[in-house]
Design a protein around this ligand. Sequence first.
Ligand code: GLN
Length: 245
Amino acid sequence: SVVIGVLALQGAFREHIAYFNELIQQNPNDYADYEFNIIEVKTKEDLSQCDSLVIPGGESTSISYIAERTHLLPHLYEFIADESKSVWGTCAGMIFLSRQLLNGKLNQKILGGLNVEVSRNAFGRQLNSFEQPLDFSSFIPGCTNFPTVFIRAPVVTRILSNPVHSQEEDHHKQGVIMTENPYVNNASVEVLYSLKNYDSQDHDLIVAVKQGHILGISFHPELAGDYSFHKWFIDEFVLKRKVHS
Ligand code: GLN
């Protein structure tokens, strides 16, 4: 069977699991060739069963502290480095997958995997939470009106070059958290979506990126009432990797 694990330390993991199960139940013909098992991942034993891992939204600091306390961190480092797997981080999950983090909390750990710098809570107070229909049809066929939900969301502030130059790593810059995972993802980072001219200086804000087997998005598709993103993840990440490995 195809096992999709959802990291279940904190945050919206139940919602992700429900969305995958509902999607599969409602599209029996699309998935007739596969038997899916969507599981909660709390331990290294759970993780070792997975073909794919989803890291939900929630609070990245809590997820990191719990992963550390339960000794799951080194296993997560290893999992994301395995390019035969697929990985998807949503909101706090994208923060956790970044290689470099701004506005992180003391001792917060990040997994690396996405060669990007992410900033936590990157939208101002007025925009703490907002919903906006976005056109994702450039990468998800037919998905012209996806109801995105942003909640104290992060954004990607920089794509890091590979190999990383020391001046880019910002080792000495205060308040920048770096991953301790030695793994470097050598695929190229693709920006899937940016909010155009969004901030006060009219900068674009990157809210969805893909790098090889890893996907990161700023918002909460598991609260959207729309399964398009989950379907695309299964079709383009989970099954492609599972079938080819
Ligand atoms: N602000 C949260 C964090 O830092 C992320 C918010 C979310 O996942 N909705 O982890």
